[in-house]
Design a protein around this ligand. Sequence first.
Ligand code: FAD
Length: 399
Amino acid sequence: MRTTVGIIGGGPAGLLLARLLHRAGVDSVVLENRDRSYVEQRQRAGVLEQGTVDALRACGASERMDREGMEHHGIELRFDRQGHRIDFPQLTGGRSVMVYAQTEMVKDLIALQLADGGPLLFEAEALSVENVEEGSGDGGRPRIRFSHEGREKTLECDVVVGCDGFHGIARTAVPAAVRRDFERTYPYSWLGILADVPPSCEELIYAHSPRGFALHSMRSETVSRLYLQVPNGTDPADWSDERIWEELDARLAVDGDWKLERGQIFAKSVTPMRSWVTEPMRHGRVFLAGDAAHIVPPTGAKGLNLAVSDVIVLARALTHWQQTGSRELLDSYSDTCLRRVWRAEHFSYFMTTALHTDPEQSPFDSRLQLSQLHRIADSRAASTELAENYTGIPGLPIG
Ligand SMILES: Cc1cc2nc3c(=O)[nH]c(=O)nc-3n(C[C@H](O)[C@H](O)[C@H](O)COP(=O)(O)OP(=O)(O)OC[C@H]3O[C@@H](n4cnc5c(N)ncnc54)[C@H](O)[C@@H]3O)c2cc1C
């Protein structure tokens, strides 16, 4: 098999990159190691920045999102039993976010890719990437070795893009001698649930409480997505439905007559918090995008959006290279993306440490945390900083 761009991973980054390249007339093949139903059901993110929404519209994948997605004009910060609304359009000159589940975005992209006959192989596991150095044997053409339908096969490419997430293999094509990894872990995880109940709020509620962080979010008009901060190593089986609702009630408690509606819980999972970046995001003819290159804790809703902004930059660079022969944009890909990545890393770290309760936290630290939250609520400058970062990192190119 031969293609121009070999894409490893059929998550949001790989699928969107394939769509953007298809529109520009650049051929690609996507290899995804899971089956279609697994990829379409994997519960993850749900908040899309304006740039992500624009990219989905530009590649024709927005019809259902525009019908079913929920445009949100703000979030609520809740602490000391008081709610404080952050009004996005007012603070950012009109920006907002779209709540539309990652599962739905992935379904839309897969349907489009298959309808166009775009090569997308499920249960095709990339095993290794070879010959990535520019100018090496075979004219510097890299190969992906992969297993599919019980056989080992080879995909020859002009470039390889690793969109294979944190546990993928593409990263190993970057030699250890040139790679630098940066990591921070956190002493807590998120217990996430999906419940068959209309959301008890119109916008997301980020709640700081002495008992730990809680987030009220939603997936649709009838499905609520809620999270609780829990210790690392927590087994979801130790949390009965009753215990989860009681703890959510306690952490989301607010003065006034607001009430958390309960419903049937149909999914429970625990996600550890991690900040991690690998540099550079390119070596020779291998490029890394999305979670293959960086992870953020989900508190800032940045993971999916960063994956999308990487592939917008990369699609533009690959198209420019195909049309003009110039590698200028490919050469600046890693630096362009990393500037945005580190901004998102900082914002995600800030949101996480401002809202969670560290088990080792001193009373002094707790007072500082509350002071910071009051500052955001009281100061237009501080709330603008949050709103600009949440709705889309300002001042950086996304494509
Ligand atoms: C449990 C969880 C909850 C999350 N919640 C949020 C949230 O609330 N908000 C938010 O913004 N972000 C969240 N994120 C992050 C967000 O979902 C990711 O940033 C986003 O999925 C990144 O997309 P991606 O395409 O880069 O990687 P992925 O979605 O990880 O996709 C990578 C794909 O590569 C495939 N793959 C891996 N190895 C191979 C191989 N060897 N060969 C072929 N294919 C391979 C995988 O099967 C997968 O389909 C969450 C992440 C996790 C894990």
